[in-house]
Write a protein that binds this ligand. Structure first.
Ligand code: BGC
Length: 416
């Protein structure tokens, strides 16, 4: 009898404990392509193994613009998700509204300060406290190519300069294939644009023009050359590009319909999900002229202030899981990115990831490491939106001259 009552008490305690400790975690993200969905499923698994309930809040739309709009309306109506995929200066903007939870207890227990590059930790903090947990490091200035297509059209070496690239693109075009797979959102246009600017002008010019938004740089001869090169790339895309999702453009390269794509290494997640092998089926190379530079894009989750104790515990567990070695490895193997946590083994990663990891470290020393503007890492959302629109207008309307395009971009950059 005594034993039974003890057992009952123990069960009651466990149940009570579970009620306090397990919680629902609603996670807003925009990882909906094949490779992305596989990656986020790993986080869900880890959270479920900890006893939490994962409420998936996926908002389709590469680059996250749609997700950002949905998030705003949820927060404004007083019903924020537990966690949302937010990054770069937008983290600071949300934190300044007073709606983000403080993650310092988890960060301290898990030693985040020791495990993160300072350049990343700074972005995750607001007034010295962690308000977001970083997931990965994506490199944006990549060029992807289908090996069989290049072989078929007689391109024997991967183009390293824009001049070499246009020679190769011409060969692809003559063979009746699409040289550049491209889609139709402004962030996709800007992903290509920033690689062109980096390749034509180098990391210092990139910083002056696109991060410091220096008017002199934005109206310089180097910017003129960048826009001319950018327009030339456009000439090698197909007429059906407008409105196309980025992953469908990657699929064109995978399916040997197109030769190249300029896209961050989430594209590798699509190649991997399709069973393709780097170095054999496809090539990953720095975009022309950018081998010594690296545009970085760090995905992260910010947590919103919630009242429920179970939900708070779930948030803390989510933050800890995101920075844990298990998640950092399996997620990034699927996603195409590299772990953001320092001192992780790269043994299981492919050559593209190993190159990314090496270049991330090397470019940090040489000054070639720059935040991606296309992916919300560098400037305030208002100016970013305005220059993205100006760049897309130029890309989509051949009647806008280079001189006018340059003026429009410089004007947009002055948006406060
Ligand atoms: C995000 C990636 C995502 C890509 C396409 C980028 O801005 O950082 O995680 O895969 O957009 O949606």
């Amino acid at each position: 009898m005594l034993k039974l009552s003890k057992l009952a008490t123990a069960v009651a305690l466990v149940v009570a404990g579970a009620a306090v400790h397990a919680g629902e975690v609603e996670v807003l993200h925009y990882w909906t392509s094949g490779g992305e969905a596989k990656s986020v499923a790993e986080l869900k698994k880890i959270m479920q193994a900890k006893g939490h309930t994962w409420k998936d809040f996926a908002v389709a739309g590469g680059g996250g613009d749609n997700a950002a709009t949905v998030l705003k309306s949820r927060v404004v109506s007083g019903n924020p998700p537990a966690a949302a995929q937010i990054k770069g200066p937008a983290i600071q903007e949300w934190a300044s509204e007073g709606v983000l939870a403080n993650l310092d207890a988890t960060a301290k227990a898990e030693k985040w300060d020791e495990l993160l590059p300072t350049v990343v930790a700074d972005v995750m903090k607001y007034k010295g406290s962690y308000v977001a947990a970083p997931v990965n490091v994506h490199r944006v200035n990549w060029m992807w190519a289908n090996s069989a297509v290049l072989k078929k059209v007689g391109v024997t070496t991967t183009p390293k300069t824009w001049d070499e690239f246009f020679v190769a693109a011409e060969k692809v075009k003559k063979a009746g294939l699409i040289p550049v797979a491209h889609g139709g959102q402004n962030w996709q246009d800007f992903t290509t644009f920033e690689s062109v600017v980096l390749g034509v002008g180098g990391a210092k010019f990139f910083t002056d023009a696109l991060i410091k938004l220096d008017q002199k740089a934005l109206t310089s001869a180097t910017m003129k050359k960048s826009l001319e090169t950018f327009r030339k790339v456009k000439g090698y895309t197909d007429a059906a590009a407008p409105g196309r999702d980025w992953n469908l453009a990657t699929a064109m390269v995978i399916q040997e319909k197109a030769a190249f794509q300029f896209m961050g290494d989430w594209a590798k997640g699509e190649f991997s999900a399709a069973g393709k092998v780097p170095g054999k089926d496809y090539i990953c190379a720095a975009a022309p002229g950018t081998a010594n530079a690296y545009t970085f894009n760090v995905d992260s989750f910010a947590m919103f202030k919630l009242k429920d104790a179970g939900a708070q515990k779930a948030q803390a567990d989510l933050a800890a899981a995101i920075m844990g070695t298990e998640f950092q490895e399996v997620f990034n193997l699927n996603k195409g990115s590299i772990p953001v946590r320092l001192k992780m083994s790269m043994d299981k990663f492919d050559d593209c990831a190993k190159l990314s990891s090496k270049d991330f470290v090397d470019t940090a020393k040489t000054g070639g490491l720059v935040p991606s503007v296309a992916h919300g890492m560098a400037i305030k959302p208002a100016a970013e939106g305005a220059i993205k629109d100006a760049v897309s207008q130029f890309w989509n309307d051949d009647k806008i001259s280079v001189a006018d395009g340059m003026k429009n971009i410089a004007k947009a950059a002055a948006t406060k």
